[in-house]
Design a protein around this ligand. Sequence first.
Ligand code: DX5
Ligand code: ZN
Length: 218
Amino acid sequence: MVEVVPAILVKSREELLECIARVRGSVSVVHIDMMDNEFVPNKTIGLESLAELPNGVSYEFHWMVKNPERWIAKINGNHLHLVHVETINKEKWGALKKICARSGCRLGLVLSPETTIEKLGPYIKDVSRVLVMAVHPGFYGQKYIPDVEKKIRALRAKFPKLEIEVDGGVSSETAGRACSAGANVLAAASAIYSARNPREAIKNISAAASAAKIVSGE
Ligand code: DX5
Ligand code: ZN
């Protein structure tokens, strides 16, 4: 079963709440993009916008920030925190693990398009999810990079039980190929929020993903 997760890249709490409301009830998880204008040349909402998020849905945070451990330390709750492998080292990872042991959160790792799976080496044993970026982090509405499917295939071959999420350029046109390569979680922003009916768009992406899984014999 492939999970479709609406991705929310916004600059105000008002927009955040609106985006959550538009999909609540149709999905169990939403993906909140967090950017600091340092790791990527764009800035989103900050921590002040995350207080008392609506319930009825779980949250995964995609941290496109220079020092994820500083941000994550200030968030409570059993969320999934997706951290770019390009932003961590052993020390920062140790700090993140301690934070999650305390607050009950979960960690996942993110690979930018040019980052190889070898970079996951010291950390992969601690996570159940890797997010593979199919666009360069920073903006929604970019074109899906098919070349990252090689990386998805390699990851799937090496880690049969890993949750592999693909983020960037996911739509009902690209969902099938990402899932045939081995993805089982799909994050999408523009394909959902630019659609007249976001709930319908989620169903379409999900249907495209399931069709591909059947074709690939899984
Ligand atoms: C990109 C973000 C993505 C983005 C997806 O930096 O991490 O989550 O919002 O947007 P689409 O689906 O429009 O490519
Ligand atoms: Zn994202």
